[in-house]
Write a protein that binds this ligand. Structure first.
Ligand SMILES: [Zn+2]
Length: 407
């Protein structure tokens, strides 16, 4: 016998005047009642069967109970919850369904049972059924917010972005909480879908919506540039991405490849170099370092490229990007030349702890090598950010000296 039954049900059973639900007066729940109602015999029979490890027979007793009044109804709700918490979803569902079928249930208790049943369905993966109940509960003022939060979880998980937007907007109106970030991200998801369908105009509409929810939404800015570039408007695309220099410089590495392509389409190498030189000051990302070194090698030759790399090693406090670059199999071959001891650079950077993953969720601490718009750990939107490494962790002086680079 799981002692949880004893702990939770026995005190209820042994009380002659028993409290069905002691709840805070401010709670949204229903019954705060001390009753002198006699405990039904069926309750004792059911409890006895539970204690004797016969949950199926106990369940039958509870389901067949002739009398379910307001007091015993809450007890059934609690029993169903216990089954659900123990992972016995089918039994929980039966208890709650049985309760809802009772014609004499008060509207408040019915709403409570519906909410519990929605949780049973959710746990069983029956999202459509849970959604149906929650849509009904959404109309009940006491459960409006709870139902909306639950629905948002389902729509988010099921990638039903239009429905998620409707519910998140309702929650924003109902509460003081800011739902701007998830709303903007839902719009970005819709924009991505529109792009995959070749509907650039529709994508732009969703991106405008995203930027109304979050004025400087990084993702919306990135996608806006992509849409403009796909239309052949490379100047517009670049000016979109350049907005990131102001509002989200850490994310410039994400778009440097796209910016490179657009400048190439415009045959404007000079502006591209200027962009890289500006960006590396605010975002020493491996992709920006790589692009600048490659650009220098191509335009000024191998020696100039190597010298630039040495300069970067000397000057940059954040060398995590360089570490990634050197580990990258696609790094330019000249970077593996003998004039720079790349193995030593890698070893030193490893020692300094810069191997740590580049992205981290500010909400739950989830680490990742790639940018996620929704954290895979805590499911928060827009919480994964690029890490920055403190200057003292890298010890550039020691690095320079071991590389024989003049200070
Ligand atoms: Zn997280």
């Amino acid at each position: 016998m799981d002692p949880v039954w004893l702990l939770i049900l026995l005190p209820v059973a042994t009380a002659s005047g028993w409290v069905m639900a002691v709840r805070d007066k401010n709670s949204k729940s229903t019954v705060t009642k001390v009753s002198s109602t006699k405990v039904p015999d069926s309750f004792y029979r059911g409890l006895n069967l539970l204690l004797n490890e016969q949950p199926d027979r106990a369940l039958d007793v509870f389901l067949d109970a002739a009398e379910i009044d307001q007091d015993t109804a809450e007890m059934h709700v609690a029993l169903g919850n216990l089954f659900r918490r123990r992972g016995e979803i089918e039994r929980a569902t039966q208890i709650h369904q049985n309760l809802i079928a009772r014609p004499d249930l008060t509207p408040t208790l019915r709403a409570l049972a519906l909410y519990e049943l929605a949780q049973d369905y959710f746990k069983a993966g029956l999202f459509d059924r849970a959604e149906g109940l929650l849509q009904e509960l959404r109309q009940v003022s006491e459960y409006n917010e709870q139902a909306c939060r639950f629905l948002l979880q389902i729509y988010d998980q099921e990638k039903e972005w239009h429905s998620a937007i409707v519910v998140a907007e309702e929650l924003a109106a109902l509460t003081d909480q800011d739902f701007g970030e998830p709303l903007a991200q839902y719009c970005c998801e819709l924009a991505e879908l529109a792009i995959s369908e070749g509907k650039a105009g529709k994508a732009e509409y969703y991106l405008d919506s995203a930027l109304k929810y979050v004025e400087h939404c990084t993702r919306a800015i990135m996608i806006s540039g992509r849409v403009a570039a796909a239309r052949g408007n490379h100047r517009t695309a670049i000016s979109e991405w350049m907005r990131l220099e102001e509002v989200a410089p850490d994310s410039l590495g994400e778009v440097v490849g796209l910016i490179s392509e657009s400048y190439a389409a415009l045959d404007d190498e000079h502006s591209f170099r200027e962009f890289l030189e500006r960006s590396i000051e605010v975002c020493p990302d491996s992709r920006i370092i790589s692009a600048l070194v490659e650009f220098t090698r191509d335009s000024k030759g191998k020696v100039a490229g190597q010298q630039l790399l040495i300069d970067i090693v000397k000057k940059r406090s954040n060398l995590a990007g360089l570490y990634q670059l050197l580990r990258n199999r696609n790094a330019p071959e000249f970077l593996r030349g003998e004039s720079i001891d790349l193995e030593l650079i890698i070893a030193l950077l490893s020692e300094s702890g810069s191997q740590s993953r580049e992205y981290q969720c500010r909400q739950c601490g989830f680490n990742s090598n790639a940018l996620h718009w929704q954290c895979p750990g805590c499911k928060e939107w827009g919480s994964v950010q690029k890490r920055t490494i403190a200057r003292e962790q890298i010890q550039p002086k020691s690095l320079s000296s071991r590389l024989n680079i003049p200070a």
